[in-house]
Design a protein around this ligand. Structure first.
Ligand code: AMP
Length: 254
């Protein structure tokens, strides 16, 4: 069984985001970039399936700038077998390569690579779209299990447990299928130094979007990106009565 894992290069989750002065997006110059955290979970799950003998190959793919090779190498240090970079200089947040264009690129790669499962993150932490996996499933006509908190292989069936309001839902998917990862699916390992060294020698193919016949023309226009409003300082109230009065008449929450 072959697994394809799409991974995105995003601003590291520890970085305090700064909005560009012209409000067209967020500042990316001299900012630490990393693997999208949900994609790390996707790689970990795929590698565990390989270690358990259920999968035979894990291929990681990223659509992004040349530097996204760093994230592909990290994914290979975690245990992916090889990587593919679909290289583009277009920005990869909203206003650049949109989820639909990513999904079309992935569809073309699925046709080339014939994986049995595609495991994606449930969302990119930069644009928070939560669209790519669902669009890919629609374009391919494949089954999908979104927000997986547990994945179990059962012959040709894959059981995906999802956290839903009020409990857990388990779906049985027929292969080939799409799975998107939720936070609780697993805890990704840290890549060890020998694995980082080994990953440098793994195969990394670089291709142009035009080789896949995908059009990256934007369908969306970002009107503006703004900082969240600055939090107002708190106040002290003298009594419970005053608190209740303020909650009722000022905050209007009770
Ligand atoms: P999104 O729909 O943008 O929230 O992204 C959902 C998932 O799609 C991510 O967690 C990745 O697995 C995948 N994805 C999104 N953008 C890219 C990209 N540029 N390259 C590779 N995978 C991507």
């Amino acid at each position: 069984m072959k697994i394809l894992v799409p991974v995105k290069r995003v601003v590291d989750y520890n970085v305090k985001i700064r909005v560009k002065a012209d409000q067209t997006g967020v500042e990316l110059a001299n900012v630490k970039m990393s693997l999208n955290p949900f994609d790390e979970i996707a790689i970990e799950e795929a590698v565990r399936l390989k270690e358990s003998g259920a999968a035979s190959e894990v291929v990681v793919v990223s659509i992004g700038p040349d530097k996204a090779q760093e994230q592909l190498r990290t994914a290979m240090a975690i245990g992916a077998d090889r990587g593919i970079l679909v290289q583009t200089d277009a920005p990869i947040d909203l206003g650049g390569v949109e989820p639909l264009a990513v999904a079309k690129t992935l569809k073309a790669l699925v046709e080339k690579e014939s994986p049995d499962i595609v495991i994606l993150g449930k969302q990119s932490i930069d644009d928070d779209s939560n669209q790519t996996g669902q669009m890919l499933a629609a374009l391919l006509g494949w089954a999908q299990g979104t927000f997986a908190s547990k994945v179990e292989i059962n012959g040709d069936t894959i059981n995906v447990t999802r956290e839903v309001d009020g409990g857990l839902e388990t779906l049985a998917l027929k292969k080939p299928c799409i799975i998107s990862t939720d936070l609780r699916l697993n805890e990704p390992r840290y890549a060890k130094l020998p694995d980082i060294m080994k990953a440098k020698k793994k195969e990394l193919e670089v291709i142009e979007p035009s080789a896949l016949g995908v059009d990256y023309a934007p369908r969306l226009e970002v009107l503006k990106v703004v900082e969240p409003p600055v939090r107002q300082g708190g106040i002290k109230v003298a009594s419970v009565d005053e608190l209740v009065e303020k909650l009722k008449n000022e905050a209007k929450v009770i």
